[in-house]
Design a protein around this ligand. Structure first.
Ligand code: FHN
Length: 438
């Protein structure tokens, strides 16, 4: 692929790398068993036995406007909803199947309402679409690695009919691209074993996507992660290599680059507890402090954070999630300048925390108390002024008497005298905005 492809990718992802923080929403029939979105595969539930949840699904408290307000107040700038997960249930009114929300008791096009509500709050919108489909009769089942009926010989499928499934899959993507307005992200999930790349007719799919919505950004999961030539991790990515890498349940230790060391767009997708879909008994929620610090870590490495919520069968985001998101939003309301539009700084990671940077503004994210003055290694005379970002108050950049051994460094403290030790104003992350001379 020519440099033009990477130039186009850079243009397409400009808003994405500015916005930095998004909401992932995993929701569907699996919210009723409430044991996560893989319940069909893990418990080898047949389509027939799973049908009870389709017959029962009626999320009477589904209020996408409330979801959108939650995301906005959390400081999230975009959101991605599962239009179809692996169970094949469609949250949109597809003409290609009756296995959809408009044929359940709720009778609603849940995707359309989501898109309308989040656009109305000014957020960018994306849809997650599962390449796998455990409901479709022409998707491989017996002998597949993860299909719920992988051990059941009655589910041997004619491989020649996989093309029928691909026509269905491509047709549904076309529906989403042509009947739901301007989308900003298409989040495909996922390739595995031989199910990758052209097995999905990925080039044809991407050509259609680029023709219908050329600005749309797509993740990298039409290919198996990094296993193929032409992947997003190379200087010659293929048409379906995607616009951003999608590390999952991990913050990449050194960010994400191509094989030449060039930073590439990436987004870490992380659950708030340990399940993507609603888990009634999964009460292991990350704290707001952890979320704040992981968001900072992503941005300090040129990445995004897509933080997941799993609404329940009634259509509500769990209260524990709401509580964490509200606190994160309160921190971002006062410190968001150190996140939005920021990226990595050209400095080694400091002992006390992390840096993010935007132009001549360097943001010191102080996560650990120093004894006495806080060290700005190598910043010598580069710092024009320092302010506590949360309230704009003046801080003092100094060369303290007890740091004469470090002439190439600068220091600051939160009060005077400069050699005293002061508690961090915000123990979650105290952000100091340093205006640089260069
Ligand atoms: O199998 C899915 C899983 O259910 C979830 O959707 C995550 C989110 O990125 N993706 C796959 C696992 O990698």
């Amino acid at each position: 692929m020519s440099q033009t492809f990477i130039q186009q990718r850079t243009e397409r992802t400009e808003w994405f790398l500015r916005d930095r923080f998004g909401m992932f929403i995993h929701w569907g029939l699996y919210a009723i068993p409430a044991r996560g979105e893989w319940v069909r595969s893990v418990e080898r539930i047949s389509s027939e036995d799973y049908r009870q949840y389709f017959d029962e699904f009626n999320p009477e408290r589904y209020d996408p406007k409330a979801w959108a307000r939650t995301a906005k107040e959390a400081g999230m700038k975009y959101a991605v909803l599962t239009a179809k997960h692996h169970d094949g249930f469609c949250l949109f009114d597809s003409k290609l199947t009756d296995y959809k929300s408009t044929r359940t008791a709720c009778g609603r096009d849940l995707v359309r309402e989501f898109l309308d509500a989040f656009r109305a709050e000014g957020l960018k919108v994306g849809l997650y679409y599962s390449l796998l489909d455990w409901h479709h009769p022409d998707y491989p089942a017996y002998g597949d690695r993860i299909h719920p009926m992988r051990d059941n010989e009655a589910y041997k499928r004619d491989p020649e009919r996989f093309g029928v499934y691909l026509d269905y899959m491509h047709g549904q993507v076309r529906e989403l691209l042509t009947e739901y307005g301007k989308l900003d992200i298409m989040w495909f999930d996922f390739s595995y074993d031989g199910m990758k790349g052209e097995k999905w007719r990925a080039t044809e799919l991407m050509e259609m996507i680029r023709a219908q919505q050329p600005h749309l950004i797509v993740d990298n999961r039409l290919e198996a992660s990094g296993e193929e030539g032409g992947s997003i991790y190379t200087e010659q990515p293929s048409l379906y290599s995607g616009d951003f890498a999608s590390p999952e349940q991990i913050i990449p230790p050194r960010g994400v680059t191509d094989d030449q060391g060039n930073s590439i767009p990436w987004e870490a997708c992380i659950t708030l507890n340990n399940n993507w879909g609603y888990g009634a008994n999964d009460l292991t929620y990350k704290s707001a402090k952890t979320v704040i610090r992981k968001l900072v870590e992503c941005v300090s490495k040129n990445g995004n954070l897509l933080l997941n919520v799993g609404p329940d069968a009634a259509g509500e985001i769990p209260q524990r999630s709401l509580t964490v998101l509200a606190e994160v939003g309160e921190w971002l309301r006062r410190n968001g300048d150190s996140i939005y539009g920021c990226g990595e700084a050209d400095l080694p990671k400091p002992d006390w925390g992390r840096y993010t940077r935007k132009g001549n503004k360097l943001y010191a994210h102080v996560l650990e108390e120093s004894v006495g003055p806080v060290n700005l290694a190598g910043l010598g005379d580069r710092v024009q002024r320092a302010r506590l970002l949360a309230d704009g108050s003046e801080l003092f950049v100094t060369r303290p008497w007890n740091a004469k051994l470090y002439p190439d460094d600068a220091f600051f403290n939160f009060a005077q005298p400069e050699h005293f030790t002061y508690p961090l104003p915000d123990e979650r992350d105290t952000v100091v905005e340093l205006t640089l001379n260069d």
